[in-house]
Write a protein of this length. Structure first.
Ligand code: DGJ
Length: 706
């Protein structure tokens, strides 16, 4: 798995298709020798000899360094920056020792996992700065059969105090190439829009400073040559973290590329007392020789099986109906019962009561934090409502926004210091709310008790965990002056702690993440919430682009996608019901409308889509995903692991499409088109579809016995 060659001082992570090879230079610096195609012994020898010839001499910007600090001849953006007791900021860490162990060590916060110790192994490289006696431990966990590497760094302070100004989770120096980056910028209601551009000689920062990631996702892919779905090398890095992150791409004059991925150093500073330890989040790294499509599928498999966890990881996800667009804040007990009756007619499994069930929340200007039933709207309480819905044979779930507090709430009146605030400055509300100080253990204790009470009393099957405002005013009276720069990260780690406690206390509870739509959708939150509401924008055409962009690093089963009303509440665009249903069926399907407002014909149509989804959802959940035609004339397909079943999703205007991922020598039956075709022909000549504007289809393909 991880081969150490003491003579060459190299470590080779050899996977089924890829190799990651690092070495310790003569100057005891850790350097990247190769990250790409799997190396056989001859190629390995060549790579090491070529590196041996260039690794010597004082450190400079021509060295492919694995975790460079500041100081000396390398002024590229560093992987870490430390302020020492004497005011200096230069560091010189040198390799000291290493250990290789089976499995993967556990750290606080979100992380990928192993189910048994043989599926991964971990290299710990211990580095020391002789002057300050600080220690840096670089952890590399490698899953050879999955070709996935995870990295993180742990800093242990020496005998005097200092300040941590920056610590990346992973840093990689790629050799000279014609690189293109793929990133996912966006905004509220238009999350994760695909952006591809040549890498320039410049320092590009993809980042979030807001505690939310509507505007940028913690993911980057780099291709050598123009981005291609099927061929060429692609490298992908994604941070398992939902707070402020940065991804740096620094193109060098000689076309080499430095990549840094980690916590954002913007407004960040961590006080390091003597002996204190700081652990970076985990970064997931993957390489593919089959372009961006191959890279996405490798990441999807990993996320589905080693990021997502718990009973819902593999179980069919319930088709839910959510009350938000049906009722917003305006509902009574009887309305939700009626919604449930409609849901049952449509074939849904789970009724979700969204915002507005607690405190006195008639609009978004009050009651966050008062997680107790509003008996004006629900005289039998949430428990009474839940009992009725359970008696109808349906599951029941509720909305929470645990990280927030309304200035107009009982909780805020009792604990004004529980809102994040910068000392002496007025708190700036957003959506009329403040952020609760999740860095305080007593806040988390209070929240877990309150939430658990409702989960138990109402026997909740599901929670939608929302987070609707950015994190500014990140100050807290719970921490001393010198630790105020730690608040954003402490907030995030506190939030993860609450998520984890809820998960441990109620392992069967399905929790769907949300942050003003898709503002928190990453490998960190997916460790606790196996599905995420992908966007507040439920317009089918906009959703195609959002789901398409998201698919570069997120498997479709993790994306909450619902059929909503037409005209769409957000864009006012009218779209056919079939289009709305087909878009949602390509992800984690649900319903976001009032059945009572549907005609009998529309009801029958929605019910047919629900039944159709239930028949095919195992392929959407477990299948391999192929992007075929780029939006707006989009098409994608899922292919089951045994290649016997495939689903083609096509959205017009689209004349024809070529498929991918099928077995070329098998024949496939496309019942809806009354055609039986060889896999090879479907992947070369393609299928004629002739779908007009706003027309769409989901075709099932079945392999015929050979
Ligand atoms: C934002 C979410 O994205 C919506 O689906 C809904 O839950 C509202 N918040 C409720 O306030």
């Amino acid at each position: 798995m991880i081969h150490h060659d003491p003579k060459c001082r190299s470590f080779h992570f050899k996977g089924a298709e890829s190799s990651y090879l690092i070495g310790v230079s003569e100057g005891l610096d850790i350097q990247l020798i190769h990250w790409g195609k799997a190396l056989d012994d001859a190629a390995l020898g060549e790579k090491i000899s070529a590196w041996m010839a260039v690794q010597a001499g004082p450190l400079s910007e021509s060295h492919p360094r694995e975790f460079s600090g500041f100081g000396g001849g390398d002024l590229r953006s560093p992987a870490f920056l430390l302020a020492h007791a004497d005011g200096s900021r230069a560091s010189q860490f040198q390799y000291q020792s290493h250990e290789i162990k089976p499995g993967k060590p556990g750290f606080p916060g979100p992380q990928s996992y192993v189910e048994n110790e043989t599926e991964a192994s971990t290299l710990r490289l211990a580095l020391k700065d002789p002057l300050t006696s600080q220690q840096l431990d670089l952890f590399y966990s490698f899953y050879p059969s999955r070709d996935i590497l995870t990295r993180r760094a742990v800093l242990t302070q020496g005998s005097s105090a200092g300040r941590l100004l920056r610590l990346m989770s992973a840093s990689v120096d790629l050799p000279a190439g014609d690189y293109f980056s793929t990133s996912l910028p966006g905004d509220w209601a238009r999350e994760r829009r695909l952006q591809q551009a040549p890498v320039q000689q410049a320092l590009l920062r993809l980042e979030s400073r807001r505690g939310q990631a509507h505007r940028m996702s913690p993911f980057v892919a780099v291709s050598d040559g123009g981005p291609d779905e099927k061929k060429g090398q692609a490298w992908g890095l994604s941070l398992a973290y939902s707070g402020n992150f940065v991804i740096e791409l620094e193109g060098q004059p000689d076309r080499r590329l430095r990549l840094n991925v980690g916590l954002n150093d913007f407004d960040f500073q961590w006080q390091m007392e003597a002996g204190e330890r700081f652990v970076s989040p985990e970064c997931v790294l993957a390489w593919s020789g089959q372009g961006l499509g191959g890279l996405s599928r490798r990441l999807h498999r990993f996320v589905r099986s080693r990021i997502c966890r718990g009973p819902w990881r593999d179980a069919p996800r319930p088709v839910l109906i959510n009350s938000w667009e049906a009722h917003y804040f305006d509902f009574k007990h009887a309305d939700i019962v009626k919604l449930a009756e409609g849901a049952r007619e449509l074939g849904a499994d789970l009724v979700v009561l969204d915002d507005g069930w607690f405190g006195r929340r008639d609009s978004d200007n009050s009651s966050l934090g008062d997680w107790v039933d509003d008996l004006r709207k629900l005289p039998k309480g949430v428990a009474g409502l839940s009992q009725e819905i359970h008696a109808m044979g349906l599951k029941f779930g509720l909305w929470f926004e645990p990280e927030m507090i309304s200035p107009d709430s009982e909780l805020y009146r009792a604990h004004p210091d529980w809102a994040l605030a910068v000392k002496g400055r007025a708190v700036v509300p957003s959506r009329n709310q403040y952020v609760i100080d999740m860095s305080r253990p007593e806040v988390r204790d209070h929240l877990i008790e309150l939430m658990s009470r409702t989960v138990e009393a109402a026997r909740l099957d599901y929670i939608k965990w929302d987070m609707n405002r950015p994190l500014w005013d990140a100050g807290s009276t719970a921490w001393p002056a010198e630790r105020q720069g730690e608040l954003c990260h402490r907030f995030m780690m506190g939030t993860y702690d609450l998520m984890e406690r809820l998960q441990k206390r109620f392992p069967a509870l399905l929790v769907e993440g949300c942050a003003g739509g898709g503002g928190r959708f990453d490998y960190g939150v997916l460790c606790y919430h196996p599905q995420i509401w992908a966007s507040d924008n439920t317009d089918a055409l906009d959703r195609i682009a959002i789901q398409w962009g998201s698919s570069y690093f997120l498997p479709p089963i993790t994306m909450g996608a619902h059929i909503s009303e037409s005209p769409n509440h957000f864009t006012r665009r009218a779209t056919p019901l079939s289009l709305r249903a087909h878009v949602a069926m390509g992800a984690n399907f649900g319903i976001e409308l009032a059945p009572a407002r549907l005609s009998a014909q529309e009801k029958a149509e929605v019910a047919a889509h629900v039944a159709h989804y239930k028949k095919i959802r195992h392929v959407v959940h477990e299948g391999e995903f192929y992007r075929l035609a780029r939006p707006p004339h989009a098409a994608w397909c899922f292919v089951s692991q045994d290649q016997k079943e495939a689903l083609l999703f096509a959205f017009g205007p689209l004349a024809s499409v070529t498929l991918d991922g099928l077995n070329g020598s098998w024949k496939y039956r496309v019942e809806a088109l009354n055609q039986t075709r060889a896999g090879a022909s479907l992947m070369q000549e393609g299928l004629k579809l002739g779908l007009g504007d706003m027309r769409s289809a989901v075709y099932s393909l079945e392999a015929e016995p050979v």
